[in-house]
Write a protein that binds this ligand. Sequence first.
Ligand code: FES
Length: 84
Amino acid sequence: MALFQRTLLRGEAFTMSAAPEEADDSPYCCCSAATFMEILERQRAEPLPFMELLMVHAGCGGGCGSCIDDLEAYLRQHDAYIED
Ligand code: FES
């Protein structure tokens, strides 16, 4: 807690790693072998336009494509969607 307060007082960015981990109950993309949350984390680490994301961060581009609309909505809800 003290570290958290010191960081805030200095006005520096901080991570939320001290907070309890959010449970990953997001949908699962079989073609990516990953949950939407895992794909979101990849997107946050390396932001890509949506079509490129489908090829790089997810397996949707070469997969069945059944979850693409839901994945797009999920990324938009988490402010991680980038237009092509
Ligand atoms: S289940 Fe996500 S593309 Fe197939």
